[in-house]
Each structure stands twice: as structure tokens, then as C-alpha cells.
Design a protein around this ligand. Sequence first.
Ligand code: NI
Length: 201
Amino acid sequence: MKLLGILASIVLLIAAGVAGLIYNGVIKFDESMFSQASIKSSVGGPFELTDQNGQTFSSQQLDGKPFLVFFGFTHCPDVCPTTLNEVANHLDDEKVKASGLRAVFISVDPERDKPEQMKDYVASFNPEIVALTGTEEQIADVAKKYRAYYAKVPQDDDYTMDHSALVYLMDANGQYAGSFNFQEDEKSRTAKLHRLVGASS
Ligand code: NI
């Protein structure tokens, strides 16, 4: 009886652990989850959205050069402006520039983020950043491919968006090659980027 009780406790503990992992996986994708080769090859994929000039933008336009992808929205109070600022700084790095790396910002708030809004917004950081928006379906599709999380959160009479803060590092073949986030120190971000573009730090 006592042994059965212990066994039952162990089973419960394991179940709770697995449930916790699943919960974390759905709510927040942490970087370590991407380190497995099987997951690596499943992050990213083709998409078609609309750029800040109102033109159709296909992921094929990114072929042949490394690129960064991150999700956010123009009404974001902190994470997005911080990330965009950091990315804009990285785009000024000579080694990064020489690689032809492009940065792609995808809105998770297509209801408010129309191309003009996206254009004005990224222009204040770096107009070279490709700012994409689309229909709800298009955004859901690309977010799913990148395993990015986002959700609408009511706020007073308005709403805000909760979203994952990862910057995806994609190689010239469109393969996932790692990630960084806005809280990471600059040295670490730079090292990862230099590795991505095949430059020494
Ligand atoms: Ni944000």
C-alpha cells in the first residue's frame, strides 16, 4: 500500500512535469526548445504578406541572403521599440551590412497595423527594415510557421497584444540558425549575428 502510494506520487509528479512543459511550450517558446535539430528545420517557411509600400512581399524575396524575423506591433509600449532599436543598430554594423542581411518585422496586429502605419513606424528606426502586415489569416499562417505566439489582450476600452519577443536568425537558405532577444547583452547578440553572416567577431 505504501509502495503504491509512492508510485502514484511519482506518476503524478511526472504528469505535472509534462503538463508544465506543454503549457510553457504553448504559451512561451523558450530558446532551448529550438536547439533540437528536428525543431530547427521546422521553424520558418514560405509566406506572402504586404510590405510598408503596399506591395506584396513573398519570402522568396529573402532567398540567398541571411535575414532576421521578428513579430510585434506598432502600438507596443516597450519590447518592440527596444528590439527595433537594437536591430537598427545591428544593421549599421559593417560586417552585417556586407552580408546583405535583411531584417523583417511582422505585425501581429493587422487590425491596426496597415502598411502606412508600418512604414512610419519602422522609418523612425531604420527604413531598410522590411515591415510586413497582412490579413488575419496570413499573419496566423506565418506566426505558426515561426512558432511565434501572440494574443489579443483587452485593456480598458482598447486592447494590446501579447507576443513572443524572439528575433529569429535565418540563414541564406531560409533555415533557422538561432535566435536572440532584446534582453540579451549587445556583445552576445553581435556574436550570434556575426556567426550567422559568417564573419568573425
Ligand atoms: Ni512588442
